[in-house]
Design a protein around this ligand. Structure first.
Ligand code: SAM
Length: 248
């Protein structure tokens, strides 16, 4: 294990020892996950025949929502606590086509690979090598999807000014916001047909700050959909998506 992975593991073992489970179960966060899952299905084209791999799946809450729409989901994560919770939730919800494994890589070939809030936890050298590795793990025509915080986001600048301690508490020592275009370029250079999009402006950070308020998330999401029609809001959006298709 690398020193970064050791630090990531220590942080996430603590996060997944109770706080994440109760926070992620709150209504606004559930609504956000539901929106994310539908969006991932639409952007990747994953469907009833798809084998889906999720990198850094955490406790598997997005993956368990996706499982109903695809053939199989495999989630991998460094954290044993996360994998224990994901397996327990799969059993409780009677989801039989989702499998969760401890680790940093998976065997086999997939139609879809997702990485939700994961790439920005990888050091630059690992991030540089990842697209070529994913290219070999995807079937021709297969699609990679990632979602990560943007270094240009207004919410980050505001949060660092108003609630710096809270921001730090929710971040590992090694994670950082990523630059959208250079991140997408890594996938283009590895031979993927790559598209960059902005997922949100303020709705996801608000779901984190006011997790009990599902109606608030719904309103903020609708406002985001309107705001993201302007190029200024897209430039200052919170989280960006890379959708990279392996050519046929
Ligand atoms: C911010 S969390 C995101 C978790 C989940 N995808 C979600 O949306 O809640 C990042 C996850 O990546 C995992 N992780 C960090 N580095 C990893 C690595 N090299 N390989 C596998 N998992 C890793 C952490 O344990 C953590 O669960």
């Amino acid at each position: 294990m690398t020193p970064v992975q050791r630090r990531e593991l220590a942080y996430h073992e603590k996060l997944y020892s109770g706080f994440a489970q109760s926070h992620f179960a709150r209504p606004a966060v559930r609504a956000l996950r539901g929106h994310m899952a539908i969006r991932i299905l639409r952007l990747t084209g994953a469907g009833p025949h798809s084998r889906v791999l999720s990198l850094g799946c955490g406790i598997g809450d997005t993956e368990l929502l996706l499982a109903a729409h695809v053939r199989e989901v495999v989630g991998i994560d460094l954290s044993p606590a996360a994998i224990r919770q994901a397996r327990a939730d799969a059993e409780k919800l009677d989801v039989s086509n989702a499998r969760f494994e401890e680790g940093t890589s998976a065997d086999g070939r997939f139609d879809t690979i997702i990485a939700v809030f994961f790439l920005h936890h990888l050091p630059d050298d690992e991030l540089d090598r990842l697209p070529a590795r994913l290219h070999t793990m995807l079937r021709p025509g297969g699609v990679f999807y990632s979602l990560d915080p943007s270094c240009d986001r207004l919410s980050g600048a505001v949060g660092r000014r108003l609630i710096p301690k809270l921001m730090k508490r929710y971040q590992t020592e090694d994670e950082r916001e990523l630059a959208p275009e250079p991140t997408a370029d890594r996938f283009r250079r590895a031979g993927f047909e790559t598209r960059l999009s902005i997922y949100d402006f303020g709705s996801s950070p608000l779901a984190g700050l006011f997790p009990g308020w599902a109606a608030g998330y719904g309103m903020a999401r609708r406002l985001d959909d309107a705001l993201l029609k302007t190029s200024w809001c897209r430039r200052r959006g919170s989280n960006f998506e890379v959708v990279a298709r392996r050519k046929l």
